[in-house]
Each structure stands twice: as C-alpha cells, then as structure tokens.
Design a protein around this ligand. Structure first.
Ligand code: PLP
Length: 366
C-alpha cells in the first residue's frame, strides 16, 4: 500500500489510462457479456452499498431479489419457483449440484451426468463436491445424445444436466427428452440456461426448456449475459419453492438466522440492475432485442457463406460458428474446442459491426 494517499485527480487519471487499455466493445465478438443497459447502470448505482447477505438490513433490496425470481419464474412457466441471485452461472451450477447431492445423501459414490458440451463450471462443481462427472457424447448436430444419456445414467446418478444454449455453439440440448428420462427415473434434472434463459423465451417460436416440462427440477439463468444487467448477476431457480432451504446453515450475528447461499456478502446492486432491465423493456422490449440479435446472426451466417466459409452448425440462438481458419487481428473472436470460429451476436454487436467484420473477411477470403 502507498504510505500517503494519492490526490483524487491523479488516481483517476491512472484509472482512465487503465480503462483505455481495455478492448473496445466495437471489436468484441467473442463475449457472452455486453455493456449493461442504461437503466441497469442507474439501478446498480442506486443500490451500490446494499448487502443481500444481511437481508434484514436491506428489506427493500431483498424484496427486489424476490421480485426478480418471481419475474424469471413466471417467464419460465412457474411463478411460484424458488430461487436466489448468484454471482453467475458458475455459482448457480455449483449450488444446483449441492442441492441434488443433498436430496440423495444416502448414495455413497454419486455421479452427475452432463453433456460433453457442458460449461467448465461443472468440473469445478464436481471437484468441490467430490462428485464423479460423466460426460455424454454429442450427436452429429453437436447436441447431447439423449439415448446415450439414458444409458449412462445409473442408480448412483444424483443429477442429470442439460444445456439450453451451449456456451460454445449456442445449441439447445433435447431438454424435453432429457426431462422425460429424469422424471421416469426420479433424478434431479438441472437445466443450464445461463445464456439461453434470456433468449429462448423471447424467440418468435416456442422451444420447451423450462418448468413447463414436469421433469425440470432447477434452472440456471444469467441476467448478466443476454439480460443486459450489470455484472455479477446470475439466478438459480428451483421448481419446489423451498428446496434451497435444504442447504441452510446457521448464521450467528446476522439479521437472519440461516442462509442457503454460497456467498456470504452478496451485492444487491446487480439484482436491482437485472430487474430494472426486465421491467423497463418488458417482454416486448426483450423480444425486440433478441429479434435484432437473431437477425444479425443470420446476416453473419449468410455473409460468411457467400465467401465460401460454411457454418459449423445451424444456430439455435445468437451464436454463429464457422469452419474458418483465421480472421483479421483486430477482431476479438474465439475458437471452440473443435477448432471452429465462434462469434456471439450480443446486443452490442450491431448490424454495422457485422458488416464491417464481413468486409474485412471479404478482403481475406473473397
Ligand atoms: C456463461 C455460462 C456459464 C458460467 O457462467 P458465469 O456467469 O461465467 O459463471 C455456465 N453455463 C453456461 C451455459 C454459460 O454460458
């Protein structure tokens, strides 16, 4: 630490310089995060000092968290769902597996069955919770093979996981089939909709992935991705309103006697931010945002294919992937484990950015 503090002016000159070293969003095509919506920023700043880890002190903020869960539960066809705001998909997935483990405490060597395409957070979760992680191969369309999942599940399986919007390809696993398998065998079924949960409900066609399917036990969704909220905000939802209380531990010295969250101190600001976006835009506003992202995704796919660069898969959501070797340096793209070019058409990736990218690609490949 500095012995003597800095003048504010110097401090913020330094910060401005560091901020300038961050990449410009105009060229970021690889991220599932996006600059927050202005109403999220305003709400976030308004609740900046709040701590949901001590909800008895922040009654209003705590009621906003309840409202956020209620909004998402309703969106996912189950208004009475339980849940809370996490730091993101990773925490939601860890907590879902904790919940699943808690329901089947008698199983001595528990395993979790996830698709090969599952987010790496499941590795962390299984490591922390000492669970065996079994991966199900993907079918030719790079979605989880439900028939193979049914073979891999056994009497020691405490949780089956399906992904609604895979991180790498934006694909939706056959959630209805997986839910049926889980129902039939009485297995906890967690849907990781960290990305897709804020996209699928707003598409112009219906894809069942949520509590409308009786086998779905819990859902992870990240308002800090397509929800255009401020970072960090994920949510974990459970069908059973009070399931999370099975994780309760005693909390001396706080305003509440028990808690089931993973983190102790928890920010209320991003919760307000996430709710602000949902209530400001409403379903119609979200549909417009998603429609724009999908339109840009298809324009990108069409444009790339005009240059002879084929899609790797046909996108379900606003993630476009290609069989392509290289792109000009200034564009920040990413590459999947299978070596495909991956571009996420987030709200900040406007049509003019897609056209500028295609123009650059054209110079390389046309
Ligand atoms: C982003 C993502 C996660 C992890 O979420 P974080 O907010 O980065 O912790 C988990 N699952 C899926 C499908 C994701 O896209």
């Amino acid at each position: 630490m500095l012995n003597k503090g800095l003048p504010e002016k110097d401090l913020f000159l330094f910060f401005a310089q560091k901020k300038g070293e961050d990449l410009d969003h105009d060229y970021i095509l690889s991220s599932m995060c996006t600059p927050p919506h202005p109403v999220a920023v305003r709400a976030h700043c308004m609740f900046i000092e709040t701590n949901l880890g001590d909800p008895g002190l922040f009654l209003g903020t705590a009621s906003l968290e309840k409202l956020l869960i209620e909004r998402l539960g309703t969106l996912f066809h189950h208004p009475t769902a339980g849940g809370y705001a996490t730091s993101g998909g990773t925490e939601s997935n860890i907590q879902a597996l904790r919940l699943a483990k808690e329901q089947k405490k008698e199983i001595p060597a528990p395993n979790v069955v996830v698709p090969e395409s599952a987010h790496f957070s499941f590795k962390k979760a299984c490591d922390i919770l000492s669970l065996e992680m079994r991966t199900v191969p993907l079918d030719s369309t790079l979605k989880m093979d439900a028939a193979k999942a049914a073979e891999i599940v056994d009497k020691n399986t405490i949780c089956l996981v399906g992904v609604a919007g895979t991180t790498e390809y934006g694909l939706i696993d056959p959630i209805s089939e997986l839910a049926a398998i889980a129902s039939e065998r009485d297995i906890f079924f967690h849907v990781d909709a960290a990305f897709g949960g804020m996209v699928i409900p707003f598409l112009d066609h219906t894809i069942p992935f949520d509590f409308s399917l009786p086998g779905v036990t819990s859902i992870a969704v990240d308002p800090h991705k397509m929800g255009m909220g401020t970072i960090p905000c994920g949510c974990l939802l459970t069908r059973q309103p009070d399931m999370l209380t099975s994780l309760n531990i005693d909390t001396p010295y706080l305003s509440v006697k028990q808690e089931y969250t993973l983190a102790g101190t928890r920010p209320g600001a991003p919760v307000a931010g996430a709710l602000a976006v949902l209530d400001y835009l409403g379903v119609e506003g979200m549909q417009a945002v998603v429609a724009g992202c999908m339109k840009n995704t298809w324009r990108l796919v069409d444009g790339m294919e005009t240059y002879g660069i084929p899609r790797a898969v046909t996108p379900d959501l606003n993630v476009a992937t290609f069989i392509c070797k290289d792109v000009p340096d200034r564009w920040k793209v990413s590459w999947t484990r299978r070596g495909h070019l991956r571009i996420v058409c987030m709200p900040h990736v406007h049509r003019d950015r897609i056209e500028a990218f295609l123009e650059d690609i054209g110079e390389l490949y046309a």
